[in-house]
Every structure is written in C-alpha cells, then in structure tokens.
Design a binder for this molecule. Structure first.
Ligand SMILES: C[N+](C)(C)CCCC[C@H](N)C(=O)O
Ligand SMILES: O=C(O)CCC(=O)C(=O)O
Length: 360
C-alpha cells in the first residue's frame, strides 16, 4: 500500500475499497459534516451545528473504521458516525469526476445534426399534461440538447402558461411573468419592433440570465480555428458590461462573455447580446484591439448562416430553449404579429432537473 504522509494534527487518512492510495480527510470537515441529530436537522436538511463552534484544531480522541462506517470520538466527547461512501463521494476528486460523468451530458450540435436529430423532445400538450414521464423527457431534452417543443398548445398566453407551469415555476421580471409582445414598443427594446434580431442570449444585463426562455408565436406575421482557443480563453476572462435601460429600469451586469464551470472548467454559459452592450470601459484601451478581434470572431461565428437553425414558430407550438447555451433571434417581419412566452430561472430549471434525477 502506498504511504501518504499527512499532518495528523488536522487529517486522518482512509483507503477506498479497490484503491491503493490513502486519501486525507480533514478533521474540521468531518466535524462540520456530522449528521447526528444534535448537529443536523434531518427534516429541514440543515445543519444545527454552527461552524463557529468547531475549534480550528478540532481533532478526534480516537476513531475506527468498521462495517463501512467511520466512527469518531472527538476530544470534547462528541461522537460522530459517517458512512464511508458518504465521505468518499464527498471528496473533491470524486465529486468532480461524478459531475463530469453526469448520466445526462450536454450534447453539442450544429444545424445539420439538430435538423436530422429525432432525439430532442417534441411532445403534444395533452401528453405533457397526462404523463409525468413526458415531463422527464422534456426536461432531459433541455439538459441534453438545450431545446424542446410542446405542440398542440392553444395559441394564447394562458394555455402557454399552463403548459410551462406543468414543468417549471415561471420567473417574473420587469417584462412580466408571462409576457406577450408585438411591435408596439411596449418596452424600449428592439424585440418590441419588427426589426431583424441577430443571434443573442437574453438578460445579459441581469446578475443571472434566465436559464430557459419560452416563445410561442400566437399570431404569425400576416406577410414572412489554436487562435480560436486563445480567443476563447481571453473571452472567459474579459469583463463585459451589458445594460437594459428604459423608464424605471436600469439593469447592468458585468461578467465575461463565456463562463466556465467553477468545478469542471467546462463552458457553462455563453452571454452574448451585441445590442445590449454598455460602454466598453472594463479593460485598458491597450487591450481593446485584442478584445474586439476576439469578440468579433465569436460574433462572426455566431452569425454564420451555417450555424443557424431557422424555422417558423407557428401558433400551437411552444419552444423552450436554454438561454445559457442557445442563442436565438428572428427575421424582420411586416404586418401584425403577437408572441407570448416567459423565462424560467436557472435555479428553478436545475431544481426541477435535479428533483427528476436528471442532474446531480
Ligand atoms: C420580449 N422579451 C421579454 C422576450 C425579451 C426582451 C429582451 C430584452 C433584451 N434585449 C434581452 O435580450 O434580454
Ligand atoms: O420576436 C422573436 O421572435 C424573438 C424575440 C427575441 O429574440 C427576444 O425577445 O429575445
């Protein structure tokens, strides 16, 4: 067995069955994760033990591993018992690996793939309302492909709301809970016009963009490259401010265009809306040429027609898409058109997916 030297004032070591390398486990982590009824409320899933009541130099009087459990007697006389799998599965390395091994991983796709791909979810409203498995299938599609459709939804806001609330709570913003928009400039924003809208994500000016955007066209218009990697890395670091301004509203958020997962390092969010960018003043002027080269490269890639999946949203079909990974836009139109939809907050999207066992 390999030897791992640890400072026994702060760590004990455990060996996971089937592995050779002993792993260090910190005493203060163990004490903080005691799940006895005195330290943890199993009805509210909350700690009752305050972290301030754990001495920095907390250490066991003794401990033993027996029958798949670690039993600790602390110097203050407190006793803790841990299932070894709880400890091993809570280690950073295990948690990171498990996150990377999610049973449902995002599938990256392009127009050709998605046009031919039968797997993303396209269900009928009555199926969704009657069958919990269809809810699971739809949320899985949003996790895997970032997109799903509900068909045969009566072309009105109320039915759209009913369909979405079957799956998610709706995230209310100053646009409303369910919003319905046309070209009457109800809000000072291009989406409230007939104009072309290039590919973008919404809410780049919120501290957290909606995870899911829902769109239902309830009244169609009555007429119709090693440099890339370096640029990618830079765009995960350069803070970019985006804003939304109208009477009574002034939202600004300043974060990089690309956000990577703090645990896995994988790309987690793209936040691009060229329309809503604030004055660029978050980097020195000397860095501007490089930033604009990187940003224009990304926007050009986004606007490449080869990357566009274009179709008409017709009354009856509700589209849900992941606003953290899919960009959306629309062609300019003439005549009268009415669109309805809503946002779903990321925490609610993830909570529903986690409750369904789709993500951890
Ligand atoms: C109409 N609706 C509420 C759906 C969107 C409004 C979009 C506002 C802003 N340009 C953005 O991209 O977030
Ligand atoms: O009007 C549309 O079809 C889409 C509008 C849009 O992109 C948005 O509201 O973010």
């Amino acid at each position: 067995m390999k030897q791992t030297t640890v400072d026994e004032r702060y760590f004990l070591t455990l060996v996971r069955p089937g592995q050779e390398e002993p792993v260090p486990v910190s005493y203060i982590w163990l004490r903080d994760h005691c799940r006895c009824n005195e330290c943890y409320n199993h009805e509210t899933f909350q700690r009752t033990l305050s972290v301030l009541d754990i001495p920095d130099d907390v250490a066991p009087e003794s401990y033993e591993v027996r029958d798949g459990s670690l039993n600790v007697l602390w110097k203050d006389g407190h006793r803790s018992a841990y299932e070894l799998n709880f400890v091993f599965d809570s280690l950073f390395e295990s948690h990171r690996e498990a996150t990377l091994q999610e049973q449902l991983r995002p599938v990256l796709w392009d127009r050709e793939f998605i046009s031919d791909c039968p797997d993303y979810c396209r269900v009928k409203l009555n199926e969704l309302l009657c069958d919990d498995e269809v809810v699971d299938k739809l949320v899985s599609s949003l996790v895997t492909y970032g997109v799903a459709f509900i068909e045969k939804v009566p072309a009105n806001t109320q039915s759209t709301e009913m369909a979405i609330k079957r799956i998610f709570p709706i995230h209310k913003t100053f646009f409303g809970e369910m919003w319905t928009f046309t070209d009457n400039l109800d809000h000072s924003d291009t989406s409230y016009t007939k104009a072309y809208l290039g590919p973008h994500t919404d809410n780049t000016y919120f501290s957290e963009a909606a995870a899911i955007q829902v769109l239902h066209c309830i009244q169609p218009p009555n007429s119709t490259n090693s440099k890339t990697r370096e640029a990618y890395e830079r765009l995960t670091k350069v803070p970019l401010s985006c804003e939304y301004i109208e009477h009574g509203q002034y939202h600004v958020d300043t974060t990089p265009v690309l956000k990577t997962n703090i645990l896995t390092g994988e790309l987690e969010q793209i936040r691009v809306n060229t329309y809503d960018r604030s004055i660029m003043k978050t980097i020195p002027q000397q860095q501007m040429p490089q930033f604009y080269a990187d940003y224009k490269g990304l926007v050009a890639e986004i606007n490449d027609p080869a990357n566009a999946w274009q179709f008409s949203l017709r009354p009856g079909t509700v589209m849900l898409f992941n606003n953290w990974r899919l960009l959306h836009g629309r062609m300019a139109y003439t005549g009268k058109r009415v669109m309805t939809g809503c946002y779903v907050a990321r925490t609610d999207f993830q909570s529903v997916a986690r409750t369904l066992g789709i993500i951890s």
